[in-house]
Design a protein around this ligand. Structure first.
Ligand code: ADP
Ligand code: MG
Length: 707
């Protein structure tokens, strides 16, 4: 079937056809096996080899019917990408034929030779091989390549033989376990009969589309995902005419196919619209359980790229592909709910059931305040350094937006001014009522990094290009930590109800400094935040360095999410990744400016000199315009050259540092990254002077407006 056939097919007929979903399992597995698998998925049982065998067989039959020849354990190593190693199902028989095989053992565990994945020293200390383990709660899916090949992908976690996490998934799953455990303790005291608590996530993904032909002529975009030079076009986003505007035909055709592909995978892509910058778009699927949402966001990013290529487009996921227009991020919508279907962040209007909302709310406030540097860390990468605090994204300061109504309620509960709303005068936990908060009342602040939006929190700092795993691991663990503290107090209190009120009042009073309902983009906020004692970690290197600090080690070890060794290895890997990224960016900048911009400037200088001597030959000795132009161009060419030389020196200095990953990353940030700005200014100035036809690479006009 091609795309046009698909468009004619009702969506419900193609939805999920490439997903080994719950519905498929229910249909294909014997009842008893299906039931057992459900118990494994919700954590009550361990996976037996018998169940694995039956599931593997059903999965194989399903995949073969759909044309699959290979399977792969699909995992997320610390490179931030997804990795896969394909094995075929074939097994030769003695009489020269093949049968297709896939055992329970092969489903549960794979052994990719993963020694070349980054491990920050972990693998050296332990075994030389890692293995992957099936994440039973995230549906297997089929991936179709452009030539029609089909591969069964099994979402997995990646661990060392001694059990150390080598990927982003293991800590995420452990953090989900932690928040489940601590939430259940708290809910039990509140008399709520639930068996499991999960966090749900809906990530909104921003991206740019550019024409492949232009992209191929921009080595900086190809190698780093962003333009390291390029002067702003006369028209940028200042007219605000792109946001929610009509989607261009070419982008629209791309999106139709993208949606179909996502729907086939069972990814409920729901909304799509133009974003603020020209050629920038957003896509948001309906939320899923945390680990599933994380897998699906990875898959969505992969699919974005794959489908764009079919339309001779390139999807840019980088946080800041273009200077001077907005960059891209990911809004991580996060909530906590029970297996009985209650969203614990839903204020609701049922009086008796409000205590849990208030308690979880203050737990989150405390968690965000106490572990703000770690949340900041989860949003740190080289790309996001261009955005945070640059008036297009939240500042690097973590704060919470609650909205006036919730603020007043919490004030009132902590002994402040009584809350007045209609006939509700006093709020008593568990006996009075909370108003249902209409979404439009809570969703007005677009500048907050962590905003309450009706029945969920929206963490808006997450970088567009990376996995959401880290952000959610930290959120889950931080909140679990505060809930554990609450549970300890409540479990031993003679009067839990009184204790609960005390906890709410105390926690709010101590941590309300993190609440800010004003404009986060303003200068005043930076000053105000400082006076409140909030941290402002302005760059990636400092942020990464937080995870290996004592308080972080204590937090993650307390909840069995990550060990000291695992954290130290992650810290090192991330610092190295930062240094490598800046190294590539600086190198490509040197190459581009030296080999393309500098010769173009020379060509123009020659042309101007020729013009001046031509005029002289015709008897016109006074040509101030051309002389002035010649002077300006050569002055800027010299400036560019000097700055390139300085950048080269700083780059080789940074490269030769061997006193540790932190020292090196600091040198890249302080020296190399800073100097890149000077090279850029000189090059971008030349771009405004040199005639268009002489400019060697596609311009911002091509990249941002021609689609
Ligand atoms: P916005 O107004 O920011 O565009 P939407 O209301 O469209 O936000 O939702 C954005 C994302 O939040 C979607 O992925 C949506 O599925 C998700 N979402 C909605 N409710 C919840 C919830 N309770 N928990 C987690 N995510 C949710
Ligand atoms: Mg949003």
């Amino acid at each position: 079937m091609n795309t046009t056939d698909f468009i004619k097919t009702p969506v419900n007929e193609i939805y999920g056809i490439n997903s080994f979903s719950d519905a498929v399992m229910r249909e294909r597995l014997p009842k008893s096996i299906y039931k057992e698998l459900k118990l494994v998925q919700n954590g009550s049982n361990r996976l037996s080899s018998e169940v694995a065998e039956v599931v593997a067989n059903a999965m194989k039959d399903w995949a073969l019917e759909k044309g699959a020849t290979h399977y792969t354990h699909w995992f997320q190593p610390l490179t931030g990408l997804t990795a896969e190693k394909h094995d075929s199902f074939i097994s030769p028989t003695e009489d020269g034929r093949v049968i297709m095989e896939f055992s329970g053992k092969e489903l549960i565990q794979g052994e990719p030779d993963a020694s070349s994945f980054p491990n920050g020293g972990l693998r050296a200390t332990f075994e030389a091989r890692g293995y992957t383990a099936w994440d039973t709660a995230s549906p297997a899916f089929l991936k179709e390549d452009n030539s029609g090949g089909v591969t069964l992908c099994i979402p997995t976690a990646f661990i060392s033989y001694t059990g150390e996490a080598l990927d982003l998934k293991v800590p995420l799953l452990r953090s989900m376990e932690a928040i489940n455990k601590q939430s259940l303790r708290v809910l039990k005291i509140l008399g709520m009969d639930v068996n499991r608590v999960v966090t749900s996530v809906g990530p909104e993904q921003e991206y740019f589309l550019v024409d492949k032909e232009f992209y191929d002529k921009r080595p900086d975009l190809m190698l780093t995902g962003r333009t390291v030079i390029g002067s702003k076009p006369s028209k940028g986003q200042e007219m605000d005419d792109h946001y929610f505007g009509a989607i261009k035909a070419r982008a629209s055709a791309f999106m139709s196919e993208l949606n179909l592909e996502l729907w086939k995978l069972g990814i409920a892509s729901k909304t799509q619209h133009n974003e603020v910058a020209p050629n920038q778009f957003e896509i948001a699927p309906i939320f899923d359980t945390c680990n599933v949402a994380t897998d699906r966001n990875q898959l969505l990013m992969e699919t974005l790229k794959k489908i764009a290529a079919r339309h001779d487009l390139v999807a840019l996921l980088h946080e800041k592909p273009f200077a001077g227009v907005n960059g891209s991020g990911k809004h991580n919508n996060w909530s906590i709910s029970t297996d009985t279907g209650i969203n614990l962040l839903e204020p609701g209007d049922n009086p008796i059931k409000n205590a849990h909302f208030i308690l979880f709310l203050v737990a989150i406030i405390k968690a965000v305040d106490k572990y703000a540097p770690l949340l900041r860390m989860s949003a740190a990468n080289a790309g996001n350094d261009h955005r945070l605090g640059a008036n297009e994204a939240p500042p690097a300061i973590i704060s919470i937006f609650l909205g006036d109504q919730l603020n007043q309620i919490l004030e009132s509960l902590s002994g402040g001014k009584k809350y007045k709303n209609g006939d509700v005068e006093t709020i008593e936990l568990g006996v009075s009522t909370l108003p249902k908060l209409p979404k439009d009342l809570t969703d007005r602040n677009r500048t907050s990094p962590f905003a309450f939006t009706g029945n969920k929190f929206e963490f808006r700092m997450v970088p567009s290009s990376i996995s959401i795993a880290n952000a959610n691991t930290i959120l889950n663990t931080a909140v679990a930590d505060v809930l554990a503290e609450f549970a300890d107090k409540l479990e031993t209190a003679p009067n839990p109800e009184e204790k609960l009120k005390e906890i709410v009042a105390d926690t709010y009073t101590k941590h309300k400094r993190v609440i800010y309902n004003g404009n986060n983009y303003s200068e005043e906020w930076v000053k105000e935040a400082e006076s409140r004692g909030l941290t402002n970690i302005t760059n990636t290197v400092d942020a990464i360095n937080e995870i290996a600090k004592d308080y972080s080690v204590e937090l993650f070890e307390r909840h069995n999410v990550l060990s000291k060794q695992e954290l130290e290895s992650r810290c090192e890997i991330d610092l190295e990744a930062y240094s490598k990224q800046i190294n590539i960016e600086a190198s490509i900048m040197i190459e581009l400016t030296k080999k393309q911009v500098f010769p173009a400037a020379g060509e123009y200088i020659t042309q101007l000199s020729n013009t001046i001597s031509g005029l002289k030959d015709s008897g016109i000795n006074n040509s101030p315009a051309y002389k002035k132009m010649l002077e300006t161009v050569s002055k800027n060419a010299n400036l560019l050259y000097e700055n390139i030389l300085t950048l080269e020196t700083l780059l080789s200095e940074a490269l030769s540092i061997n006193s540790g990953a932190l020292d090196q990353a600091v040198a890249y940030r302080k020296n190399v990254f800073t100097q890149m700005a000077n090279v850029r200014i000189a090059s971008d100035t030349l771009e405004t002077l040199i005639p268009c036809e002489m400019w060697p690479i596609p311009t911002y006009l091509d990249l941002l407006f021609r689609l």
